[in-house]
Design a protein around this ligand. Structure first.
Ligand code: ARG
Length: 555
C-alpha cells in the first residue's frame, strides 16, 4: 500500500495530493507529515490553525494510529503492527516481483539509448547513455509497459567514405578482421592525420558509391559495421543491456523524402543561402537545417524521419532519447519542428539528458585519439574489485566470478548514482569502496542478509501481531517505499532514485543488524527478524536488478 496516497485520500481536501505528504527527517514526530504552509493561501488561515483543524477532523484507523498538529505540520503515525504485517507479507508473497505492476499495460515506451557510432570508439562518454537507458528499459518493463530499446546507430556520413579510402590504402584484411573496432578506428584516425587533397576527393567518391548502392563499397561498409556491433555486443552482454532494434541513421535513407515533402506541403521549408531550413526564430532557436545546399540530408533530417517511423511502427505512448545534454538544442529543434508539422505526439518525445563523465586523471578527449575506451574502464574495475573482495574475505570461493559482478556493478552504479544531469568524475577507489554509497556496499549487505537466512536453516514464517522496535520499523518503512520509488524513477526518468533507495535501505538494514540480535533470539522475535531480513534481501536484489546489477549470494 502507498501510505501517502492513503493519507491524501483520507484527508480528502482539495489542493492536497499524495506528493504533498512528506517523510519527516526525524520519525519521533511522525512517520509522515503534511506541511500546511502551502495551504495557508488557499484557506486564508495560518498553517498552525489549518493543521489544528485538520487534526480535529481526522479519524484514526487500523492504518494510521495517531495524528498530531505541531507548528503548522500535521504529523501521522502509522500503525506499526499493521504496516509490518502488510509490507513483509506482500514481499514474501511476491518475491522477485515486489515493486512490479501492470500500470503500463497496453502502452509502449520507445527508448533510444547507447546509439553507438560505427567504427568509432565506444568510450567512457557512452557509459551514461548505455546504463541510464538500460535501467529505464528495465524500470518501464517492471511497470508493465511494452518497451522497445532502440540503438540509433551512427552509421551515416562522409566518414565512411574516408574509412574505405583509408582501408584501401593502408588496410590488411586479416589484421582488420582480427583487430576489429580498434583496427578500423586506427585507420580512421590515420586518415584524419595523413590524408591529402587527393585522398579527401577519393573519400568523397567512396561515400557517393556507398550512397548509390555500389556493391563493393557497401560490402566494406557492412563489414565495418558488423565488426563494430560484434564488439559493442560483448560489452552490452556484460552490462545486461539489450536492444529490440538496431535501426540506425542509414535505415532512414529512404524515409526522409516523405518528411521533406510534408514540410514543403505545410509551408515550413524555407530556402536560406541555398540550404533548406525550418525557421525557428519565433521560438528563440537557430534554424533547423533539413538539406544542405548540395542536397545532402542532416542528422536532424534523419531524426525527424526516425521519430515519424517510430510513431507509425510502435504507436508509442512515449519516446525517450537518452542523449548527453550537449544535444539539448538539437532535440528542442526537432521536437519543435514535429509540433509545427502538427504531430500531436510531438509532446510525447522526451530528451532524457545527462551530464558528462570524466576520469579522475583529467577529462577525455575524443578528437586527439586520447580516448578512454569503456572496455578498459570495465576491466580495470573488475581487476580492482578482485583485490577489494579478496582483502575483505580471502577465503571466498569463486572470487573471479564475484569480482566480475562487483566490478561491473561498480561501473554501472558509479554512472547512475548521481542525478543524471550532473557532470561526474569517475573514481575507481570511490566506486569500489565498501564504506561509501556504492553498489559494493549494497551487494555486501545483500550477501550479509542472505548469509543470516542460510545460517538460520529455518523456514521463513512471519508471526502475527508483532510490534516492531524502532530499528525494525525504520527498515519496514524503507521497504514499503520501493514500489513508489520504481514509479518515481520512471516518471522522472531518473534511475538514480533507485540507486539511492538501495543505499538507504542497506544503511537502515545495517543499523538494525548492528542493534538487534537475530540468530540468538527465539520465537516470534527471531521469526520476525528473519522475515524482515529475507524481505530486505529480496528488495535489494530487485533494486539492483533494475539497474542491471547482479547480487552475489556470498561475499
Ligand atoms: N550517435 C549519436 C552520438 O553519438 C547519438 C544518437 C542519439 N539518438 C538520436 N536519435 N539522435 O552523438
Amino acid at each position: 500500500m502507498d501510505y501517502r496516497v492513503y493519507i491524501a485520500e483520507k484527508l480528502n481536501v482539495d489542493g492536497i495530493a499524495a506528493s504533498d505528504i512528506a517523510l519527516p527527517p526525524n520519525s519521533e514526530m511522525g512517520d509522515y507529515a503534511l506541511p500546511c504552509f502551502k495551504l495557508a493561501k488557499i484557506f486564508r488561515k495560518s498553517p498552525v490553525q489549518i493543521a489544528e483543524e485538520l487534526k480535529n477532523e481526522f479519524v484514526c484507523d487500523s492504518v494510521i494510529s495517531e495524528v498530531s498538529a505541531v507548528n503548522g505540520y500535521l504529523n501521522f503515525k502509522i500503525n506499526k503492527i499493521g504496516l509490518a504485517q502488510n509490507v513483509i507479507s506482500e514481499i514474501l508473497e511476491r518475491g522477485d516481483n515486489y515493486g512490479s505492476s501492470e500500470e503500463g499495460k497496453g502502452k509502449t515506451v520507445c527508448i533510444d539509448y547507447s546509439s553507438v557510432n560505427i567504427a568509432k570508439p565506444f568510450h567512457i562518454g557512452h557509459l551514461s547513455t548505455t546504463v541510464i537507458g538500460g535501467a529505464l528499459y528495465k524500470i518501464y518493463a517492471c511497470l508493465g509497459y511494452n518497451v522497445v530499446g532502440i540503438n540509433h546507430l551512427g552509421d551515416y556520413g562522409t566518414q565512411f567514405g574516408k574509412l574505405i579510402c583509408a582501408y584501401k590504402k593502408w588496410g590488411v584484411k586479416e589484421e582488420v578482421q582480427k583487430g576489429g573496432i580498434h583496427a578500423i578506428n586506427a585507420l580512421y584516425v590515420r586518415f584524419n592525420e595523413e590524408a591529402d587533397e587527393n585522398m579527401e576527393a577519393e573519400a568523397r567518391e567512396y561515400f557517393r558509391l556507398i550512397e548509390s548502392g555500389d556493391k563493393e563499397a557497401n560490402e566494406l561498409f557492412e563489414w565495418f559495421k558488423s565488426l563494430t556491433l560484434e564488439y559493442v555486443k560483448t560489452i552490452y552482454d556484460k552490462l545486461n543491456i539489450t536492444f529490440d532494434s538496431y535501426a540506425g541513421e542509414r535505415f532512414y535513407t529512404d524515409k526522409m523524402q516523405p518528411v521533406i515533402d510534408e514540410l514543403k506541403r505545410k509551408n515550413l521549408l524555407k530556402e536560406s543561402e541555398g540550404a533548406q531550413i525550418v525557421d525557428l526564430e519565433p521560438y528563440g532557436m537557430p534554424p533547423c537545417l533539413i538539406l544542405r545546399s548540395d542536397g545532402a540530408s542532416l542528422y536532424a533530417t534523419r531524426d525527424l524521419a526516425a521519430a515519424t517511423y517510430r510513431k507509425n511502427t510502435y504507436d508509442f505512448y512515449k519516446c525517450l532519447y537518452v542523449v548527453a545534454y550537449q544535444q539539448n538544442l538539437h532535440f528542442k529543434q526537432i521536437f519543435k519542428v514535429l509540433e509545427l508539422m502538427g504531430k500531436p505526439w510531438a509532446k510525447d518525445l522526451v530528451h532524457v539528458a545527462y551530464g558528462m563523465v570524466s576520469l579522475e586523471d583529467g577529462a577525455m578527449s575524443t578528437r586527439k585519439g586520447k580516448v578512454v575506451w569503456l572496455e578498459d574502464v570495465i576491466s580495470k574495475c573488475v581487476e580492482k574489485a578482485y583485490s577489494v573482495i579478496a582483502e575483505k574475505n580471502s577465503a571466498l570461493e569463486n572470487k573471479s566470478e564475484i569480482a566480475e559482478t562487483v566490478g561491473l556493478g561498480a561501473v554501472i552504479f558509479g554512472a547512475l548514482y548521481n542525478n543524471k544531469i550532473k557532470d561526474i568524475t569517475f573514481s575507481y577507489d570511490k566506486v569500489l569502496s565498501f564504506e561509501g554509497e556504492t553498489s559494493v556496499y549494497v551487494q555486501y549487505t545483500c550477501a550479509r542478509a542472505n548469509s543470516v537466512i542460510e545460517k538460520s536453516g529455518q523456514k521463513i514464517q512471519l508471526p502475527h501481531g508483532y510490534m516492531p522496535n524502532n530499528a525494525e520499523f525504520e527498515v519496514i518503512k524503507a521497504l514499503a517505499l520501493f514500489p513508489r520509488t520504481v514509479r518515481d524513477a520512471a516518471d522522472k526518468y531518473e534511475p538514480s532514485l533507485i540507486a539511492r533507495y538501495a543505499v538507504d535501505l542497506a544503511q537502515k538494514f545495517n543499523k538494525f543488524y548492528i542493534e538487534c540480535k537475530i540468530l540468538t533470539e527465539s520465537g516470534d522475535i527471531k521469526n520476525f527478524r528473519l522475515a524482515l531480513t529475507k524481505s530486505v534481501h529480496t528488495t535489494l536484489k530487485a533494486a539492483l536488478s533494475l539497474l542491471g546489477i547482479g547480487a552475489p549470494e556470498k561475499m
